[in-house]
Write a protein that binds this ligand. Structure first.
Ligand code: FES
Length: 155
């Protein structure tokens, strides 16, 4: 596989905004991840050929960048805020409700491949804690009994 026409078009538009291709690598990986859901070795090889970087270089950058996935993830990413403000506003109960609803723990994907549940340090919505995010949608404050209805909206 190589980069798709859509991927190339988006990369060609984004990269001129960076001083060099290495600086653009995280953005480039997000472009590809948005279409392929996660960054396989093959995806990094495709990008590496485009950026003039090795798979190993991209892999080490991906390891330290936020929200770049080197393993398969579900169709929807559920983030539960695991940080100070939310701790005091009901984080533990919210996390428990999400885990019970999904039947998986933090870092795991539901068997049907629908959701991956991850903790995150502060969603930047401390006044709305306890907070969670599904894909790009912020939810908060979330009462544990409301978790089912929230998740139901993501097929
Ligand atoms: S601490 Fe939870 S959103 Fe900031």
């Amino acid at each position: 596989m190589s980069l798709s026409a859509d991927e190339l078009r988006e990369l060609d538009a984004a990269l001129p905004h960076y001083p060099d291709r290495r600086a653009a690598a995280a953005t480039a990986m997000r472009v590809v991840q948005r279409r392929r859901r996660w960054l396989s070795d093959e995806a990094l090889a495709d990008l590496g050929a485009y950026l003039g970087m090795s798979v190993e270089e991209l892999d080490s950058l991906a390891t330290f960048a936020n929200m770049l996935f080197r393993r398969p993830v579900g169709r929807h990413i559920v983030l539960v805020c695991d940080s100070f403000a939310c701790w005091s506003l009901g984080y533990a109960e919210l996390r428990e409700a999400i885990q019970t609803q999904l039947g998986v723990g933090l870092g795991e994907t539901t068997p049907d491949g629908r959701f991956t549940l991850l903790p995150i340090v502060c969603l930047g919505a401390c006044d709305r804690g306890p907070a969670m995010m599904v894909d790009a949608d912020l939810h908060g404050p979330v009462a544990p009994p409301d978790v089912g209805a929230i998740l139901e909206a993501y097929a």
